[in-house]
Design a protein around this ligand. Structure first.
Ligand SMILES: *[C@@H]1O[C@H](CO)[C@@H](O)[C@H](O)[C@H]1NC(C)=O
Ligand SMILES: *[C@@H]1O[C@H](CO)[C@@H](O)[C@H](O)[C@H]1NC(C)=O
Ligand SMILES: *[C@@H]1O[C@H](CO)[C@@H](O)[C@H](O)[C@H]1NC(C)=O
Ligand SMILES: *[C@@H]1O[C@H](CO)[C@@H](O)[C@H](O)[C@H]1NC(C)=O
Ligand SMILES: *[C@@H]1O[C@H](CO)[C@@H](O)[C@H](O)[C@H]1NC(C)=O
Ligand SMILES: *[C@@H]1O[C@H](CO)[C@@H](O)[C@H](O)[C@H]1NC(C)=O
Ligand SMILES: *[C@@H]1O[C@H](CO)[C@@H](O)[C@H](O)[C@H]1NC(C)=O
Ligand SMILES: *[C@@H]1O[C@H](CO)[C@@H](O)[C@H](O)[C@H]1NC(C)=O
Ligand SMILES: [Zn+2]
Ligand SMILES: [Zn+2]
Length: 608
């Protein structure tokens, strides 16, 4: 077994400042990363109200730990972020302005600290103990808080009380037993919050979730369009605050924010509205009018969002001056904007949190080594199919091999199918640990199958799902079905593709920029804090399949697929043949191995 931290961290604990004792000392400073990080391009523009924003952190509290670019750019851990917030709060006091901290949801699923819990545990229960130590003013619920009832209940029972009234779920309920033992549906957090900032500004805040359809039994997601018609909503917006703060797990450009915005504007045409969104994992900004701004701040602790507003006098109808910035989440950024040195940056609490997340990583054995990846396997940076493609690795190599282990059906020819959105992160050359296994494929979906499907039919399923033919309506229906279940990879990929198309080859060729996000959004001026060249982009299909077996057209095969896409798959199968009308009763479990175990089993067999 290998210690994750010793192996994979480039910004490791190596030097000790000011103590003069040996290494491994608990309050040693984190050394400058081995690779030099370029600093931000310019100072932040402070206003009267300023916001630091996180979203879709998915448990990446250890920071990004690989040396392949662009990973080092996002190497700040949650303790360093805590120090950053604390230092920025102090600067706000000095400037005599307000600084709020806001999160837009998805605290679960996607990293070892959330998903690597031992049997009997609950996803995110331990990692959220670090999140609750930060001075968040408003937090909103995300779809990843709702796939599993135990997770939603853990939020309700253990997390929400720690956030003291500022965890908001305006349109999300959970069903629990009340004192008398009867079932009641109640909001997970609060529906809204009204509070005063340090400077005495009145804020009315909401926490809204997009129209999510994949939530667990005994949780309820109300459509946004219905929420804004509720009487409680009308009452909550009746009095005019100095500012509406709309946090929520919805993309800022293409979704339901205008429903909430318009409902407020109908009553308060000029009150400033700051919207902090998320869920599509991109950096994005729009202004719905001259007195509001909407910001989305990326994913996985890669990006910290910044928004500021210079408020004019109350009742003014003039445009508000906003600024926004997307900060790369690393120590270089944090030191730059707080004017601190390595020696003066960390706070006591920040160091405590850094130690805490590392101790949890150790407790969860996240450094456990499955094998050594012989090269990088990339989702978008390599073409699919290819030997560097993460998708090829997963569906052509790893899934067929791992699902055959201990399986009585192993000798029967099969075709395996999954949605590419389940693969969330690249595999980089080098040690492949328990943490890597969980970041790459965090979802514990089941592999299920339909036996005896005619090969010539089974062999058309993937391309029909991806729509090689002409049925655009069905294709966009499928895409919106996946979207309603929470699969955002389509949007994220579009964003990557757009940045590569705009300036990819030109900026990479210039040779003076490192790889990272290059954002073009609808807000004025430059959004990115640090200038980068975009990563190369290759488009990938929504659905991927294993190599077809070498059998005749009329032979029968096992059609194996992840349960997440069952409804879509059965629909397609019935459209491809008329001999049998398939229903969910034709579907059985293929292997006890869950999707998030595949790469571990494969690495043990193939990479040792
Ligand atoms: C991004 O990462 C690369 C190394 O992979 C590094 O050279 C570069 O300086 C980083 N850029 C920033 C802005 O942190
Ligand atoms: C949510 O809970 C509240 C309080 O119990 C209840 O009045 C409301 O009807 C519930 N909403 C939904 C959509 O279930
Ligand atoms: C919903 O919760 C009630 C009360 O705890 C429980 O009896 C019921 O089985 C739950 N339903 C599902 C589908 O989990
Ligand atoms: C105010 O903002 C709106 C929307 O961004 C813009 O269309 C308009 O030109 C601005 N007005 C002034 C006077 O700047
Ligand atoms: C296969 O079975 C063996 C023996 O029961 C067991 O040790 C091993 O963990 C199983 N492998 C998988 C991938 O289930
Ligand atoms: C598959 O088909 C064969 C013959 O067509 C039949 O004997 C067998 O029972 C079928 N198996 C299943 C699992 O339906
Ligand atoms: C990078 O090089 C390009 C082309 O030579 C130049 O126009 C640009 O200003 C340079 N950018 C930086 C940040 O040095
Ligand atoms: C496929 O099977 C046929 C018949 O068994 C055989 O002749 C052929 O070489 C095989 N093709 C491949 C690519 O394995
Ligand atoms: Zn997310
Ligand atoms: Zn989400």
């Amino acid at each position: 077994m290998i210690n994750l931290l010793a192996l994979t961290i480039f910004s490791a604990l190596v030097t000790v400042h000011g103590c003069g004792d040996h290494d491994g000392h608990v309050h040693s400073k984190r050394a400058a990363p081995y690779v030099a990080l370029s600093p931000p391009s310019r100072p932040l523009e402070w206003g009267d109200i300023n916001i630091l924003h996180t979203t879709d952190t998915h448990g990446w509290l250890l920071g990004h730990q690989k040396e392949s670019f662009p990973e080092p750019n996002y190497s700040g851990d949650f303790g360093e972020f805590s120090s950053f917030v604390q230092r920025m709060k102090a600067i706000a006091v000095q400037k005599d302005v307000d600084l709020l901290l806001v999160d837009s949801g998805d605290l679960h699923d996607g990293s070892g600290l959330t998903d690597g819990y031992p049997p009997g545990g609950v996803n995110g229960h331990e990692s959220n103990k670090f999140v609750q130590q930060l001075p968040y003013d408003i937090m909103a619920i995300g779809n990843h808080e709702l796939y599993v009832y135990e997770v939603a209940h853990d939020m309700y029972k253990n997390f929400v009380p720690k956030i003291k009234g500022h965890y908001l779920s305006s349109n999300v309920n959970i069903t629990v037993l009340d004192r008398k033992g009867s079932m009641v549906s109640v909001p997970v957090g609060k529906r809204f919050a009204k509070f005063k900032t340090r400077k005495g500004r009145k804020v009315t805040a909401f926490g809204v979730l997009f129209d999510f359809a994949g939530n667990a039994k005994n949780t309820t997601v109300q459509k946004v369009a219905d929420m804004v018609k509720e009487e409680w909503f009308a009452r909550a917006i009746k009095d005019e605050p100095d500012l509406f703060l709309l946090a929520g797990h919805m993309p800022v450009s293409r979704n339901n924010w205008p429903l909430v915005f318009d409902a407020i504007r109908a009553v308060h045409p000029y009150t400033p509205i700051m919207i902090l969104g998320g869920h599509d994992h991109i950096r994005d900004c729009v202004q719905l009018d001259g007195r509001s701004m909407s910001l989305a701040s990326g994913r996985y602790m890669e990006t910290i969002g910044w928004m500021s507003a210079k408020l004019n006098y109350r009742g003014s109808q003039r445009n508000v001056t906003f600024s926004r910035r997307y900060l790369d989440a690393n120590r270089v950024t944090y030191k730059f904007h707080t004017g601190r040195t390595d020696a003066s940056f960390d706070t006591f609490k920040g160091l405590q949190i850094s130690r805490g997340v590392k101790a949890l990583a150790k407790k969860f054995d996240l450094g456990y080594l499955f094998g050594t990846a012989p090269r990088d396997f990339l989702k978008y940076m390599a073409p699919y199919p290819s030997e560097n493609s993460l998708l090829s690795l997963f569906i052509e190599e790893a899934s067929p091999l791992a699902s055959s282990v201990n399986n009585t059906r192993a000798s029967i020819p099969k075709i395996m199918i999954t949605n590419s959105g389940g693969l969330r992160f690249d595999v980089f050359k080098g040690p492949f640990t328990k943490n890597d296994k969980l970041t790459t494929m965090p979802f514990s979906n089941r592999w299920v199958f339909i036996p005896n499907v005619t090969f010539s039919v089974a062999n058309q399923v993937v391309s029909t799902l991806n729509h090689a033919g002409a049925d655009h309506r069905r294709r966009s229906e499928l895409a919106s079905e996946l979207y309603a279940l929470g699969d955002v990879e389509g949007r994220f990929a579009e964003w990557l593709q757009d940045m590569d198309r705009r300036s990819g080859s030109e900026r990479r060729a210039a040779g003076n920029l490192t790889i990272g996000y290059v954002t073009t959004d609808a807000c004025p001026g430059l959004g990115d804090d640090t200038l980068h060249a975009p990563q190369p982009f290759h488009s990938i299909p929504d659905f991927i399949g294993s190599r077809p077996p070498n059998v005749t057209a009329d032979a029968t095969v096992d059609l194996v697929f992840v349960d997440f896409i069952q409804a879509q798959l059965i629909g397609i199968l019935n459209s491809l043949q008329k001999e049998k009308n398939y229903t969910p009763t034709d579907v059985a479990e293929y292997t006890a191995l869950k999707t998030n175990e595949i790469l571990g089993v494969y690495a043990q067999h193939a990479w040792n």
